[in-house]
Design a protein around this ligand. Structure first.
Ligand code: ADP
Length: 687
């Protein structure tokens, strides 16, 4: 009762462990996927960031380059415009061309204003605050410019306008010379938004935000913002100018990417999912296999329990005759363990030494592919302690899964018990027969009393006659001689009758007594020879042909010669009598009496108790008379049953007794095409 419970618990444990493993695996794969996606996104972002920073550097360098070009343009303004009046025209033109510039001033070496021009695009730039407010920046730039003998920039500053707005501006001061001598400064006022709008490459800025910032992040000037997106990349780069440094900020929208940011991650993701599903399928397969294995194990255990509980021995052999399997019952039978048996070949360890040759031959025949008898065959096995026992072996070919024969499977039944019961039956049968014989003798006694009455009556009458003669008074000599002669004759008659009675009694005693002590080896030929003359005479009288056939090499039998001769004679005589002269036989060819003698294959087997094999010789007497009616058959062996007027009805019953006393059997069956066959067996005499 414990086992199924344990098994289900074990299965439960196995199942929960399996689920935990699966969950861990799934988690790991998902984690891997997440890390992968994260890393891929990181990589994409850093790539975007690097590209943005490169673009920012490019924008800064554009601005710087354009500022340098502007310096050259401004220098050329002074090389062609020597006077304040002639300066104004080109300056105005320059302001139209460069929208980033909001004012140009020509100042002398003391920074006093000589000429100036405002941009036409911003009206009233200095309407709210006076230009003078910016002078500190201008002088700062020009001082720097003088010191550097080149362009210098002021720091940027916020310039409020009238309508509440304002503008971030920056001064650039450039020392100018005329004909080799310094002629003051050219001050150019830059609008920072203008710089962003005019000095940059628009292609780089599409969809991006560009601004000048202060170091603390305060916005100075804005060109554009990233449209509609809250998540942005930001790249900052410094715009280094002589005298001032500006911080340029470029922003770009962060692209919203899918779950899988690029093809590689998508492919790896798909592969991981495929891996997961393959693992799942594999797991299912393993589970099915496990279930099948469990089923097979259970079936095996069931089969093993069955084989172990059998009392029939089981033995499997391969095609070379080597043992491949034995069950416990077989091991018990032959008294050897399975380890000792499996792998052993021929001759088998349980073969009795003197029968090895015969068994080996039998095995050869079997291995040669002979059809095995379904009803099996009997054999004798020997245990290691030398004891022997009879067995019944039923053999069947072992066929493997592809239909090929791989060996033989045998079931072995120990016949010891069966033989013991048979022996018991036989002895009780014999006892019964002895009793029956005694009964028969009783019945015979009444008949014999009749038989004995005659001689006894004769004896008594002779005896009284003798007495009469003796009582007569003695006469003359001649008379005395006659009386003496009569007395002698009477005495002779008495003696004869007594002898006759003695013979009758002896014959009865002979029938009743077992005559085993007179058994001898007799050849069938000598038995036939003994009865043939007598039988021949009788047959000839009735015109019956006698056919006698003794199988060549037929062994001698162990028997009481006289009794068996009597049996043969009896059967043959019955046969002859069954074919009377007047029998209207349609075939004259049927007037034949046949006696056959040969070794009996059917009943030759092993004797009980492992004694040496006992062989039998069968005698059959065939007539072609009218056969046995059912009524006659029923009473055939009953003592005193006869259909013949002169018959005694003891012939067959005595025949059977004699044959059974020899251990054989007397049977009969219809002959072909008609008539009866009486058959009996006798044991072969040991060599
Ligand atoms: P008996 O020969 O003295 O009559 P048996 O015991 O030998 O006694 O035979 C009994 C009866 O069996 C015979 O009377 C006969 O009817 C029958 N019987 C015996 N042998 C044969 C035979 N070969 N064919 C036909 N009937 C037979």
């Amino acid at each position: 009762m414990e086992r199924p419970h344990l098994r289900s618990e074990w299965r439960e444990g196995l199942r929960s462990r399996r689920w935990r493993l699966w969950a861990a695996l799934l988690l790991l794969v998902l984690l891997l996927l997440a890390v992968l996606v994260f890393l891929a996104a990181e990589y994409e972002e850093s790539r975007d960031q690097a590209a943005l920073e490169q673009d920012a550097a490019a924008v800064a360098s554009d601005i710087r380059g354009n500022l340098v070009r502007n310096v050259q343009t401004l220098q050329s303004l002074h090389s062609v415009a020597p006077t304040a009046d002639s300066w104004d025209g080109p300056a105005a033109e320059l302001l139209v061309q460069h929208r980033e510039l909001v004012r140009l001033e020509w100042r002398d070496a003391q920074q006093r204003l000589i000429a100036h021009r405002d941009t036409p695009f911003l009206s009233d730039l200095f309407g709210y605050l006076d230009r003078d407010q910016a002078l500190p920046e201008v002088s700062l730039a020009c001082d720097n410019a003088r010191r550097l003998s080149g362009p210098a920039y002021s720091s940027s500053y916020f310039w409020p306008l009238r309508d509440g707005k304002g503008l971030e501006m920056m001064e650039m001061c450039l020392p100018v010379a005329r004909a080799g001598s310094p002629s003051g400064f050219l001050v150019a006022t830059y609008s920072l938004p203008g710089m962003l709008a005019e000095l940059t490459n628009k292609d780089l800025l599409r969809g991006r935000g560009l601004a000048f910032n202060e170091a603390d992040g305060t916005r100075l000037a804005l060109y554009s913002v990233v449209p509609g997106s809250r998540r942005t990349f930001t790249a900052r780069t410094v715009l280094d100018l002589p005298g001032h440094t500006l911080l340029l900020q470029l922003q770009s929208p962060r692209l919203v990417r899918g779950l899988f940011p690029n093809v590689l991650t998508a492919v790896i993701g798909a592969l991981s999912l495929a891996l997961l599903s393959v693992l799942f399928l594999l797991g299912r397969d393993i589970r099915r296999r496990q279930r099948a294995e469990l089923d097979v194990a259970e079936a095996l255990a069931f089969r093993k329990a069955m084989e172990d509980s059998l009392v029939t021995g089981l033995r499997a052999r391969d095609m070379q005759g080597r043992i491949t399997y034995v069950n416990p019952a077989f091991c018990d039978m032959v008294g050897l363990s399975a380890e000792q048996l499996v792998g052993t070949g021929l001759p088998a360890p349980w073969w009795p030494p003197e029968l090895v040759d015969e068994y080996q031959q039998r095995q050869m025949v079997r291995l040669a592919g002979q059809v095995l008898p379904r009803e099996g065959y009997e054999s004798v096995f020997q245990r290691p302690d030398g004891t022997r026992f009879p067995v019944l072996i039923i053999e069947a070919p072992l066929i493997d899964a592809v239909g090929k024969q791989t060996g033989f499977m045998s079931a072995i039944l120990d016949l010891t018990e069966q033989r013991r019961v048979e022996d018991l039956n036989r002895t009780s049968q014999e006892r019964l027969q002895a009793t029956a014989r005694l009964a028969t003798v009783g019945e015979m006694a009444s008949l014999l009393s009749h038989e004995l009455n005659q001689p006894l009556a004769a004896i008594s009458s002779y005896a009284s006659g003798t007495l009469n003669l003796l009582e007569q008074p003695a006469g003359h000599a001649a008379e005395v001689g006659q009386v003496q002669a009569d007395l002698v004759q009477a005495m002779q008659r008495i003696g004869e009758q007594a002898e006759r009675a003695g013979r009758v009694i002896k014959s009865v005693a002979d029938f009743v007594r077992r005559r085993e002590q007179v058994r001898e080896a007799v050849t069938p030929q000598s038995l036939i020879d003994a009865i043939q003359p007598l039988l021949g005479l009788q047959a000839k009288k009735q015109g019956i042909r006698l056919q006698i056939h003794i199988a060549p090499g037929c062994p001698p039998v162990l028997c009481d010669r006289t009794m068996v001769e009597q049996v043969l004679l009896n059967l043959a005589r019955n046969g002859v009598q069954a074919m009377p002269v007047g029998d209207p036989s349609p075939h004259s060819g049927l007037r034949v009496l046949r006696v056959d003698v040969g070794q009996d294959r059917l009943h030759s087997g092993e004797a009980p108790g492992g004694q040496p094999q006992k062989a039998w010789v069968a005698f059959s007497v065939t007539d072609h008379g009218l056969g046995l009616s059912a009524e006659v058959q029923a009473k055939l062996f009953t003592p005193f049953f006869t259909t013949r007027a002169e018959g005694m009805g003891l012939g067959l019953s005595l025949c059977r007794t004699v044959i059974e006393q020899h251990g054989g059997a007397l049977t009969h069956e219809p002959a072909q095409p008609r008539g009866t066959v009486f058959r009996f067996t006798l044991p072969v005499a040991p060599a």
